[in-house]
Write a protein of this length. Structure first.
Length: 310
């Protein structure tokens, strides 16, 4: 059984509510939220307290939050704010669960990005986990099929109701797509990169560790959500169901027994792993290189000088 570790959520609007819910479900003690506006943060703390039967503190000062006897924080703010927050919380010996991407600095060259990333990972001291939770689907696929071979071709289709546009869709979804390839065992550098960015679409093709890859990303509320991938001609599709107030997730694939298998929600899996590690005083040393590589690969794809933009 995990200890009820004290956690605060930084940025409790939007997905922050989901973080509060899942940390509670994992057995953590959510003690507060941090926002930039005192009035709205206080109101949000009251709303979440009523919904989840809590007594949340409303913080508007990061230093005050850091000094409030916490063991961990969850960062749910926009990507461009992550770096500043990470530098402060990681320097205070707190564990950190961070929404993807880990950080982003638009317009920075590869050297500065790499230097910033290296400094950040050193400061983290393996107390950092990034939410690239859709990699859990690949973990489950490999286990169910007992297929651990690196493929020749990989195609990912990911359609969401997100608000990002053009290349910012890549910023939003590339960390998930790249984490799937990393889970397949791909390492090294990206080659033969081609990118097409439209208003609601971001498509890219490239070769990664000998695997021919294609990402089809769209963020459009008028389209149905979809998450599916094809590995050497074998399709795996996520199915989400909401019945009687309950949310459930399934993977559909012709290689599975009965063609369908119910799985745990990947976000819940990652939160539970994080809470368990923190409660045991452990670390995420085994993920250090994967976290850094994910940021490096994303930066490479989003750098215009590295590819052909159609």
């Amino acid at each position: 059984m995990v200890n009820k570790i004290p956690v605060a959520v930084i940025g409790a609007a939007g997905i922050g509510r989901i973080h509060v819910r899942e940390f509670l479900a994992a057995g953590a003690q959510v003690v507060g939220i941090l926002g930039s506006n005192p009035k709205s943060t206080k109101l949000r703390a009251e709303e979440l307290s009523d919904e989840f039967n809590l007594k949340l503190r409303a913080f508007c000062d990061l230093k005050e939050l850091i000094n409030s006897n916490l063991q961990a924080v969850s960062i749910c703010t926009p990507p461009e704010t992550h770096l500043k927050i990470l530098k402060r919380v990681l320097g205070s010996n707190l564990y950190v669960f961070c929404e993807k991407p880990l950080f982003w600095q638009s317009g920075k060259n590869k050297y500065l990005m790499s230097e910033t990333l290296a400094n950040l990972m050193e400061k983290a001291q393996d107390r950092l986990l990034v939410n690239t939770s859709n990699a859990w689907f690949m973990e489950k696929y490999k286990f169910l099929t007992q297929n651990y071979k690196k493929p020749k071709e990989f195609h990912l289709k990911f359609y969401t109701h997100g608000h990002y546009r053009k290349e910012d869709i890549g910023l939003d979804l590339l960390p998930h797509g790249l984490s799937l390839l990393q889970e397949l065992g791909c390492k090294g550098k990206i080659e033969a990169l081609k990118v097409e960015a439209k208003d609601n679409e971001f498509n890219c093709q490239f070769i990664f560790d000998g695997v021919s890859c294609h990402f089809d990303f769209r963020e459009n509320e008028s389209l149905p959500k979809e998450f599916s991938f094809i590995i050497d001609g074998i399709e795996v599709k996520r199915i989400q169901r909401f019945e009687n107030g309950q949310y459930s997730v399934f993977l559909v694939c012709k290689l599975f027994e009965n063609g369908i298998h119910q799985v745990i929600d990947p976000f819940r899996v990652y939160i539970e792993r994080f809470v368990k590690t923190v409660s045991e005083g452990g670390c995420f040393s085994g993920l250090r290189n994967d976290i850094a590589l994910n940021v490096d690969l994303m930066s490479y794809i989003l750098e215009p000088n590295n590819r052909n933009v159609e």
